[in-house]
Design a protein around this ligand. Sequence first.
Ligand code: PLP
Length: 424
Amino acid sequence: MTDTVNRDALAAARDAARARYQEFATAGLKLDITRGKPCSAQLDLSEQLLAMPGAGDHSTDTEGDLRNYGGAPKGLAALREMFAPLLDVPADQLVVRDNASLALMHFCLATSFFHTLPGGQARWMGEDVTFLAPSPGYDRHFSVCDDLGVNLKVVDMTPDGPDMDQVEALVASDASVKGIWCVPKYSNPTGVTYSDEVVRRLAAMPTAAADFRIYWDNAYAIHHLCGQPDELAPILAACQEAGNPDRVFVFGSTSKVTFAGAGVSFFGASPANVAWFLAHDGMRSIGPDKINQLRHLRFFESTDGVVAHMDKHREILAPKFEAVVKTLSDDLSALGIATWSEPNGGYFVSLDVVPGTAKRVVQLAKEAGVALTPAGATFPGGVDPQDRNIRIAPSFPTTDELERALDVLTTCVILAAGEKLLDS
Ligand code: PLP
């Protein structure tokens, strides 16, 4: 990036940015673009859920009375049928659970330390378990590992997904590498959708650990921002074809479809993995919240209903993402000091600033009243080795707030670049 810096233009922009920054710093701003939460207009799209299923509506033909214990170990059959094509998991291999897919990921990881996985010879042991962390990535994946004492090894993200040469070398040579985190569609934060070739290589690569697992967190499977969604190859089928049917755990949820915090989550895998999951999940709970599942079933009515609902989210979100990309482009393109993603879906724009300045940008923005995700949060341990990645979450603020926050952000990017490249 520094090769492309236009120094004269940067010097002029830095002088103008200094004046603008003074104005922002005295304006008493209080703006927040940290976390990817749905905005209230998005939550309003699902308001009818609050009145569902309604008194008297508490049974299905398949499961009977849903108010009681039992009757649906994998969750409601019709809801599994509804989401199966959206997650590329056969309905009988898809399990529906309560509100948080992150809880399922934590459960699967923790349970692997107590119970041998299909294909494994023993349960995972002590300090010797490592997961690969394509980075920048999702901070909460890294926190799950920190919480459970699982080591993280960074692999680079490319525009096609994780750097597969790095991944293949690590998993082939080291049996303590037990898994990899993947957000395969509209990745958090880079917006990347894994290419067919990456999916194929993940499914087929030789692994030293017989019980290696891909944690396929397809959180943004249906969260498109444009009319021509990215296509993602089906991982479960790819693993089956490659002779590694047990290699993948698929996760998803309706957290950013209906209500974040009150949706339903999904676990999809091979029949052996599903049996393993149900056997141990059944020890911690007699069963999931089937009434919430029924509510979701009634609300969407069909797979097409889910897709139509996501179009309404897109109408709200796409202009916000366009506003972010436009401001970044208008303010920074000519200077050669930053690059950013223009995602076709998901919840984030990933901004790379001049190496060594991301922390400074976040600090300057904070002092001017704009909260950004801490620099480094998208890397294990909160340390971005190049100190250059900043995650922007456009969903929650209004477009007006977002535009003001982005004005501050680009001003800080210019100031920090000036300090690094012109003043030092
Ligand atoms: N996975 C990814 C990649 C996310 O970005 C998020 C939320 O931001 C989650 C999972 C959380 O999902 P849930 O609410 O289902 O736990």
